[in-house]
Design a protein around this ligand. Structure first.
Ligand SMILES: Nc1ncnc2c1ncn2[C@@H]1O[C@H](COP(=O)(O)OP(=O)(O)OP(=O)(O)O)[C@@H](O)[C@H]1O
Length: 254
């Protein structure tokens, strides 16, 4: 596998009321093409900042981000980013929000509609196609954003806690759906979460971040796929990994 995304010495300092806040310090990461990397860390450790930098939305104070060997100095069409904040268009209904990436890439109206409807169904929102974002719950809006991301079939997906606001059952359904869509797609995913079980269920590799993005642990997850959470929870290998991640998160807080 070849390296698709490479981050070297990434540092981001924000200035607030004349005081510098280092959100990320000297962060290194290599992401192989076609892999699913989960970044696990507690609230405030710099995960969103890292993704903002990876996506090109934010410029680093120092360090570099390269994608296929070229510098990332702004958003790129091959990289789709699902941010924590809601970026749905309030004046468009669900279907037309999901159609957006296809409109930009010039897909015809009929195909756009069919593909949008398929994705709306996959995220469990059939019957809500003509609802506007203000008529949906927070979790439903997240699912529309997810459908909009997936419909564009991006080469690389950056996802910032996409399932955090969902109830447990729905989260499980969407995690399974995401894995199903990812498997054999060749897509590369960088997925941020604070949930150990989610990180282990999804990732080929888990990177645990401590304060200011310090890399506390970076290891491959060789649990066989497909991974069934109910079976996984009682697997000795999973239990051992879970314990290691818990310890790494604790270490990262020091
Ligand atoms: N625009 C900003 N201006 C000032 N400080 C910021 C800004 N963005 C982030 N920070 C600070 O940087 C640190 C890391 O924030 P970040 O949002 O990256 O963390 P996170 O790990 O994604 O947290 P969470 O899991 O709660 O979303 C925090 O201390 C935060 O207050």
């Amino acid at each position: 596998m070849s390296t698709l995304l490479e981050v070297r010495g990434l540092t981001k300092q924000f200035v607030k009321d004349d005081t510098g806040i280092v959100a990320l310090r000297d962060f290194d990461l290599q992401v192989e093409q076609g892999s699913f990397v989960t970044i696990l860390g507690r609230s405030g450790c710099g995960k969103s900042t890292a993704l903002n930098l990876l996506s090109g939305l934010l410029q680093p104070t120092s360090g570099t981000v390269t994608y296929k060997g070229g510098a990332v100095d702004g958003p790129r069409t091959e990289i789709s980013y699902l941010t924590q904040s809601d970026t749905l268009m309030p004046w468009r209904d669900v279907r037309r929000n999901v159609e957006m990436p296809m409109e930009i890439s010039g897909v015809g109206a009929r195909e756009r509609r069919d593909r949008a409807m398929e994705l709306v169904e996959r995220v469990g929102l059939s019957g809500f196609e003509h609802h506007y974002p203000r008529e949906l719950s927070g979790g439903m809006r997240r699912r529309v954003s997810l459908a909009r991301m997936l419909v564009g079939n991006p080469e690389t997906l950056l996802m910032d806690e996409p399932f955090g606001a969902l109830d447990a059952q729905l989260r499980l359904e969407l995690q399974t759906e995401l894995l199903r869509l990812w498997q054999d797609s060749g897509q590369t995913v960088v997925f941020v979460t604070h949930d150990i079980e989610e990180a282990l269920l999804l990732g080929d590799r888990v990177v645990v971040l401590g304060l200011r993005g310090r890399r506390v642990l970076d290891r491959g997850i060789d649990l066989p796929r497909p991974r069934d959470p109910d079976e996984l929870r009682v697997e000795p290998a999973f239990v051992a990994l879970h314990r290691q991640m818990t310890e790494a998160l604790r270490e990262g807080a020091r």
